[in-house]
Design a protein around this ligand. Sequence first.
Ligand code: GLC
Length: 540
Amino acid sequence: MSYYPEKDKANLWWRDGVIYQIYPRSFADTNGDGIGDLKGILSKLDYLSDLGVDALWLSPIYPSPDFDFGYDVSDYKNIDPKYGTLDDFGALVKEAHQRNIRIIVDLVLNHTSTEHPWFKEARKSKDNPYHDYYLWQDARGNGKVPNNWLSVFSNKTAWEYVEECGQYYYHMFVKEQADLNWRNPRVYEEMMSVFRFWAGQGVDGFRLDVFNMYFKDDQFRSNPWKFAIIPFDRQKHIHDCDRPEMDGVIRDIRKTVDEQPDSYVVGETFLSATDKVRRYCGEGKLKAAFNFSYTHCKWDAAAFRKLITEWEALGEEQIWPVYVMNNHDVTRSATRLGVGENDERLKVAAAMTILLRGTPVLYYGEEIGMRQTRLKRQDLMDPVGVYNWPFHRGRDGCRAPMQWNNQKNGGFSSGTAWNAVHPDYPERNVNAMLHDPKSLWTFYRDLIRLRKDNPVFQTGALQLIDRDNEFVLAFLRKTAEQTALVCLNFSQLSSKVNLKEVTDVERWGRKFSNLPEKISAPDHGILQLSGEQVLILFSR
Ligand code: GLC
């Protein structure tokens, strides 16, 4: 039984297309306040359309005091004035749809800002009708915190005392993000109404922030301990994460999302592991869940092959993979994987992400190889960096302004940019790459086109070949009509691929490569690749 009834349908945008994540604060600023805005995104729709993306996932745009830069929401059904208005949002949706680009919003339903009107009421007293919207507990014994649960951001207790009502509230993230009580039917209904509200504004899909944490143990039992370096990792998170109640809520969310045809819902599985993807995705459940293993995998063909094998083992009919190299929480791949200013390796990574069986999710600036910026301690803004420096420098460095051109602030803003622009912007920017046939940008565009023009890269089955090859990741994509062979040389030196599993490959015609001048033909079942070469062959 397949999990999405539309499986055999042609043209499923979220399956066949490419999703592009925008961090609105850093994309394009039209009013000179140094912060990106919705009009800025609208002004770049033609750019995004030229790149060829099919959907935009917008990190939170709701009113927020920004203790966690938008992931602390103080009103679920509005736009923060720094980004614009609901009318601006409507205009963006309309213009995007005219270009056949879908909009996915980011729903942060595990917690609200402590400046949300619900929390402001909740903290007043135990009898307040909103008190039970959140997770409150009395002190245990002698003024002790209720249990051993920790905040993942501070690595300290997740409980914060409020004098007014004489209880502690629970927060998995910063203390300005109070976790909601999903067991309260009023909260549950409020949350479902958030989906309906945004569907009413024309959005096409939802990204669920840390959804597998919505429920916590109803007896508030302490987590068992285990050995690890970081305090948060010293616990087995069995009582504050992945509770059994999640299975019901996932189904209700899917039903709500399905009220609108063709809608999409993808979850951010917190503390993710591939087996959780199986639990939360499937028929009547989420359509997809992120797996972040790619974002901390070393540059090694065998290591990536292992991760791909794990995805594939989840079952072709059941799980539609989502491949992510970058997002607003991790060090940019160009810095993690890249070597100096050479972008060839990033082209290999791009071909892997875009041509595997699954949906690629790109992150703004990835297409021009934006590097991580490095901030001084006193300039850090992200609470993760502020709390954990020097062990973790925070996430500001992957949220730097988009580098559009070589003008002030890389063309991002005419004012003072909220976050440092990478100093390489005079050379590394969209303008400089757009018309260069050898640039990383052009290669991304060509790969996206290749995926669009060849259904084999959308729905085709995946078969890894030459599985013991140390340097080359090689795979076939197959439909009844067509087969494509993708060979990715992870090494800077030339390498060989053994094609004995591919019949007739000597006769295949069409080829595509990042190094077109270095394409060699298969000879006696062996294909020679130059260092960091992407080579794609088509059966016809
Ligand atoms: C998710 C988001 C991250 C945020 C956290 C709390 O992990 O991706 O940016 O800080 O949730 O909402």
